[in-house]
Design a protein around this ligand. Structure first.
Ligand code: TRP
Length: 363
């Protein structure tokens, strides 16, 4: 069986370093590993509209931002299909059929949707489209017969919902769809990068992000203002590493080469952490180190972005081409689905003949 990746992001803002360590870096590695037969990366604008119905301009503006972030991180349109969800109407059609296989109470149990409803104060009036987005996400994944979905842990309920839909579909209508597997980030620090303020998640609405497109000065300012251990007041004081975002970021971004270059006195991050725990290592020093690490990681991405920004029409061309390619695959799956569901009347000569026969004796 072919190995196929599908994953994507909602275009509600520029991507930040949490997206980078949580998914983008991995996607580029997977793309370049040559292990996968096909890779589809989706800009999920239709899903973004499910909770931004009154703000279409925001989504429209961010489609290109996300595309620029993708390409500047190293996603390569020659190796990965970059597509825009809304341009593949087959996905909406699949969603409608999958809706027959999911109950309202099942959707209500989805923990990610539950917490999103709370966060958006949707309790009193949940848009139906938003409530059903896990079904639409199942359509995104199955339309491309994806076997592997690399996403963060918050997406686990969506993949589980998709697997249930696939099993139900195949058992009712016959083996048609492929059950996907989730692929989680491999490094614990990358699972959920905390915000600059130490809060659980980097998020645009909390204003605690470093964006991939931030200039070097902004990155430095943000790093120097990061939350650390509030009990670590003087350099000599013992410090806490757990829950200290500076160390979480170092775990996520720093590799042996960067350590050797910027902190040659330490053989490993563990040694650095031990020193901080003992006392005698100041916050300014570790923040400066983190700044150096981040600048190294971000500068090639920023430079590529600046190049790409010079020719925006060609970025739209890449998205259009990717969407056209994706549509062919999705159309193929949709026709298999319709055949399995017995709604392929006009291509089914046997049906036409048998219906004709049924009535032939009447005259
Ligand atoms: N729900 C994902 C997010 O919030 C975006 C997304 C839409 C997606 N369709 C997908 C992710 C299909 C993986 C597979 O970022």
């Amino acid at each position: 069986m072919s190995k196929i990746i599908l994953t994507g992001d909602r275009p509600t803002g520029r991507l930040h370093v949490g997206h980078y360590v949580g998914s983008l870096r991995r996607r580029v590695q997977l793309q370049n590993s040559g292990e996968f037969d096909k890779i589809f990366i989706m800009i999920a604008d239709a899903q973004a509209l499910t909770d931004n119905a009154d703000n279409p301009e925001k989504i429209r503006q961010n489609v290109i931002e996300v595309a620029l972030d993708y390409l500047s991180c190293g996603l390569d349109p020659k190796k990965s299909v970059l597509l825009v969800q809304s341009q593949i109407s087959e996905l909406t059609e699949l969603t409608f059929y999958y809706m027959d296989l999911v109950t309202v109470s099942r959707l209500q149990r989805n923990p990610t949707v539950k917490s999103e409803i709370k966060m958006r104060n949707f309790e009193a009036s949940i848009p139906v489209g938003f409530f059903c987005y896990p079904i639409s996400q199942a359509a995104d994944i199955t339309a491309f017969k994806a076997t592997t979905v690399p996403v963060g842990e918050d997406q686990e309920p969506m993949i589980e919902q998709t697997r249930e839909i696939v099993r139900k579909f195949n058992s009712v209508y016959g083996e048609t769809l492929v059950e996907p597997k989730i692929m989680l980030p491999d490094n614990a620090a990358c699972m959920r990068l905390p915000g600059l303020d130490g809060k659980a998640k980097m998020s645009k609405s909390l204003g605690n992000c470093i964006y991939l497109a931030d200039d070097p000065k902004t990155v430095k300012q943000k790093v120097m203002s990061m939350f650390t251990d509030p009990g670590h007041i003087r350099v000599e004081d013992p410090g806490k590493v757990e829950g200290n975002p500076v160390f979480t970021y170092l775990d996520a971004f720093c590799d042996d080469d960067l350590l050797a270059e910027y902190m040659p006195d330490y053989k490993s991050l563990d040694e650095l952490k031990d020193h901080y725990r003992r006392g005698g290592l100041g916050d300014v020093k570790i923040k400066k180190f983190l700044n150096n690490v981040l600048q190294e990681v971000l500068s090639p991405i920023r430079e590529r972005r600046q190049q790409l920004q010079k020719d925006i029409p060609s970025i739209y061309d890449i998205l259009k081409e990717g969407s056209d390619t994706a549509r062919e695959t999705a159309a193929q799956t949709l026709s298999e689905v319709k055949r399995a569901m017995k709604i392929n009347y006009f291509e089914d000569q046997e049906l036409i003949n048998s219906q004709a026969e049924k009535y032939s004796y009447e005259d």
